[in-house]
Design a protein around this ligand. Structure first.
Ligand SMILES: [Zn+2]
Length: 262
């Protein structure tokens, strides 16, 4: 759920065309989502979202290379039926986060109702609605919460921020087994490599042998890579992941601090 850059004014043409307007009118008349063709689900929208989200799930940050790519509604279309084709309401998601989130959309204040907004104005209502409703779930297109996410050395994610924690636990279940395992796998490979170097370090006292691995890890901390939030946290809190080897922990801390700046 890291922040992505989406241009809300650059609405894909297909979301503004006549057939979407007709479907919108039908939803309004029925006061519910009744588009059996799911007209928001089109290749041109998906392609734009794939680019914006670096082909990653908006919530768990898994790369969706071969996995199904869902176009998800931030505000669920079953409740906010007039936002089914709204550009600022569509994000890219994996199947698990999508089904976990489902129709849930907790808000602190009173949920908004349809208020005669015309079709031409549906693409950036989100910001106005956010102020009224105060949603509990993070919107990766508006919220930058990177520094409010923490991980433990078992790959489990948590936060002291109420909304981030709500998103982790209640909305998207971001500590589901397969996700925790994938994150753990990523850090375990790195830890094992460093432990192996440490074995030789004790013999030769040559700290430079750690450097290529540490540098590679720091370089992998890029927004387009899988689990960027986790990589970012590891880079800034490396000591958490080397707790059972204090001398190596000290070396890691020093190297990350120095090489991050390089
Ligand atoms: Zn996901």
């Amino acid at each position: 759920m890291i922040k992505v850059e989406k241009n809300f004014e650059d609405v894909p043409a297909i979301l503004k065309d006549k057939s979407r307007e007709e479907a919108f009118d039908k939803n309004i008349a029925a006061a519910s989502y009744c588009d059996d063709k799911n007209r928001y689900k089109v290749a041109s929208v998906l392609n734009r979202l794939k680019e914006i989200y670096h082909l990653k799930c908006a919530y768990c940050e898994q790369k969706l290379l071969d996995a199904p790519k869902h176009i998800e509604h931030y505000r669920p279309k079953d409740i906010y039926y007039w936002l089914a084709y709204s550009w600022d309401n569509l994000l890219l998601c994996c199947g698990s986060c999508n089904s976990s989130k489902g129709k849930k959309f907790a808000v602190k204040n009173t949920p908004v109702k349809y208020n005669d907004e015309p079709f031409s104005q549906i693409h950036d209502l989100g910001t106005k609605y956010d102020e009224i409703e105060k949603p509990m779930i993070i919107d990766p297109e508006k919220d930058d919460i990177l520094d409010f996410i923490a991980f433990d050395n078992n790959g489990k994610i948590s936060s002291n921020d109420e909304r981030v924690q709500h998103t982790i636990e209640k909305a998207c279940n971001l500590n589901r087994d397969e996700l925790v395992e994938l994150r753990l796998e990523m850090i375990t490979d790195f830890i094992n490599a460093m432990n192996e170097h440490y074995f030789y370090y004790l013999k030769y006292k040559d700290i430079s042998r750690f450097c290529p691995g540490v540098k590679a890890f720091i370089q992998s901390c890029r927004v387009e890579n899988e689990f960027y939030a986790f990589r970012y946290f590891v880079c800034n809190n490396i000591e958490i992941f080397f707790q059972d080897n204090k001398p190596l922990q000290t070396i890691m801390k020093r190297l990350f601090n120095t090489l991050k700046k390089a």
